[in-house]
Design a protein around this ligand. Structure first.
Ligand SMILES: N[C@@H](CCC(=O)N[C@@H](CS)C(=O)NCC(=O)O)C(=O)O
Length: 109
């Protein structure tokens, strides 16, 4: 099963370090650059199972994202227990690459 998905419709069940799949809430641009791609690439490189959830591009249509994460920017990582992780994408990518993503997973909501 492939890890990572540029089309946003895959569901995976691969486990990693005690964590199971995460959802990557990201913008809908197809281009492979920018904050969302930076984080998606880091997840893929680390072999972390993730499901892409593409949200609306228009900032005015991001109420759901704000409900989820308390702010209106992508990317946001949602863990299986419902906790969410959002920082500057460079910090998110660095966290993922250093194997510390699980530290960002809070207690269940
Ligand atoms: N500096 C932020 C920028 C995040 C960002 O601009 N993300 C884009 C999607 S790739 C976004 O949500 N744009 C919406 C907007 O600018 O309103 C980061 O690197 O995380």
């Amino acid at each position: 099963m492939r890890v990572g998905d540029s089309h946003g419709d895959a569901t995976r069940h691969q486990e990693y370090g005690g964590l199971v799949q995460v959802k990557l809430h990201r913008c809908s641009t197809p281009w492979r650059w920018g904050p969302c791609w930076r984080v998606q690439k880091a997840l893929a490189e680390q072999g972390i199972a993730y499901q892409v959830v593409r949200g609306p591009s228009l900032p005015g249509k991001r109420d759901e994202l704000e409900r989820l994460s308390g702010q209106r920017f992508y990317p946001v990582i949602e863990f299986e227990n419902g906790s969410v992780y959002r920082e500057e994408s460079k910090e998110m990518a660095a966290t993922i690459r250093s194997g510390r993503l699980d530290e960002k997973c809070d207690a269940p909501r």
